[in-house]
Unconditional design. Structure first.
Length: 196
């Protein structure tokens, strides 16, 4: 059975900050990501409080993360414009991987499907992973829009050799995956997964 990260898991990493209060301080730190980002985080701005927690959690994993409203607050994601599209393309070109944070709010996003399609054409599908933001952690299998089934899904995986639960980007078959840091750094260090 797959175990996903929940809204509460992500909020726990937001460290009590609101998205607006943390944006300036975090942006200064992220600007040190010379040569680009490990992760381009595609998401709905309506999920900002969860995304802030997700970003903090990924940064604790040692990863650099692009979040548009932190790095490029001048962008207006409420309107589709050529200037915003050009800036997002630039940032995708300097990002190794994409994490597509899907949620109820994401289904209404104007930008997310476009970002996914552009990044898929830019990089191989193996460099994209879906992170379902759910209210409950356990599911038999993630079910989202049909096209999301083409990509890896980030799950909590029990790693018996360490006796811990770790984040893995799991292949659609569910039988193999790679640790989140390996995925985000494009290392391709896959492991067979023991499923219960």
């Amino acid at each position: 059975m797959a175990v996903y990260y929940t809204e509460q898991d992500l909020l726990a990493h937001a460290e009590g900050r609101t998205a607006s209060s943390a944006a300036d301080a975090l942006s200064k730190l992220e600007k040190s990501a010379i040569g680009g980002f490990d992760v381009f985080l595609s998401h709905s701005v309506r999920d900002a409080r969860f995304i802030l927690g997700l970003r903090n959690w990924l940064r604790k994993q040692g990863l650099s993360v692009y979040v548009d409203w932190i790095e490029d607050p001048q962008l207006d994601r409420t309107q589709v414009s050529s200037a915003t599209a050009a800036r997002l393309r630039e940032q995708m070109h300097v990002s190794r991987t994409m994490i597509y944070a899907t949620s109820r709010a994401a289904r209404e996003s104007r930008w997310m499907p476009w970002e996914l399609g552009y990044f898929d054409g830019l990089r191989s599908a193996g460099r994209i992973s879906i992170l379902p933001i759910e209210s409950s952690a356990k599911y038999d299998k993630f079910v989202g829009q049909e096209y999301l089934g083409l990509y890896k899904v980030i799950e909590k995986v029990e790693v018996s050799r360490y006796g811990t639960t770790e984040p893995y980007a799991v292949l659609p078959s569910g039988l193999r995956g790679e640790p989140i840091r390996s995925f985000a750094r494009s290392e391709g260090r896959y492991e067979d997964l023991e499923r219960r």
